[in-house]
Design a protein around this ligand. Structure first.
Ligand code: ADP
Ligand code: ZN
Length: 213
């Protein structure tokens, strides 16, 4: 982006499914800001406890120290006036206040970089990320590789049985899948299969509906 006058803040959003490289890209941008001697602060939600408590860590092992917060308001409280670049990982877990917090920090002249899942385990827009995309200056959408067929993957497939919106987990609980291989009903079917198994009813997993049906 070409900035013509100083103290101009803005919002960059990096979205995509799990394993698409969002954390890696965030770490790359923040490391470059540090090389440029800019004052950087990095935040991540307390809910993301894979690997370490205080670092943002990519699946490939890149890491950067961060401050842990429970919601977006806490980011606003902890951000220092002198900070020039604010990085936020896993923004979808910071609640509805994320958009307002990012707007206020950008209005105050900061470069704000946020990563997050833009869709949930059913493939629906995952609030508040879609609203953040609407007010961002720059959007990067990354894709992973579908573990079933090798095509570009836009979806995060939940493999464990749960109908909850948020089930935190990493490898083994989720995998990236392309549009064709994505089975949004899989997690729900496994919940039903578990219920039936415990009530003595023979477990039955419905055949996935294919495009031609
Ligand atoms: P995100 O933050 O989007 O979950 P990360 O930055 O943590 O992603 O991890 C991205 C890295 O995960 C890739 O660079 C690659 O090394 C690794 N990886 C493992 N499985 C896959 C996959 N199926 N598709 C793409 N990358 C994968
Ligand atoms: Zn596929």
């Amino acid at each position: 982006m070409d900035i013509v006058k100083g103290n101009m803040g803005w919002i960059e959003v990096i979205v995509g499914p799990m394993f698409s490289g969002k954390s890696e890209e965030l770490i790359r941008r923040l490391k470059r800001a540090e090389i440029a001697r800019q004052r950087v602060q990095i935040f991540k939600p307390v809910i993301d406890q894979r690997y370490k408590h205080t670092d943002i860590v990519s699946h490939s092992g890149f890491e950067l120290p961060s401050e842990v917060v429970t919601n977006a308001a806490e980011v606003f409280e902890k951000v220092q006036p002198r900070t020039e670049v604010v990085g936020i990982d896993e923004g979808q877990f910071l609640g509805e206040g994320l958009v307002d917090t990012c707007m206020r920090m950008a209005d105050a002249g900061k470069r704000v970089i946020v990563t997050g899942l833009d869709t949930d385990y059913l493939g629906r827009p995952f609030d508040p990320m879609p609203r953040l995309l609407a007010v961002a200056e720059e959007i990067t959408k990354l894709l992973a590789i579908c573990v079933q067929c090798g095509n570009p993957a836009v979806h995060t497939q939940r493999l464990v049985a749960s109908d909850d919106l948020i089930v935190v987990g990493a490898a083994g609980m989720y995998e990236p899948r392309c549009r064709r291989c994505f089975e949004p009903h899989l997690a729900h079917d496994r919940v039903e299969a578990k219920k039936n198994a415990s009530s003595g009813v023979a477990s039955f997993t419905p055949r996935p509906v294919t495009k031609s049906e």
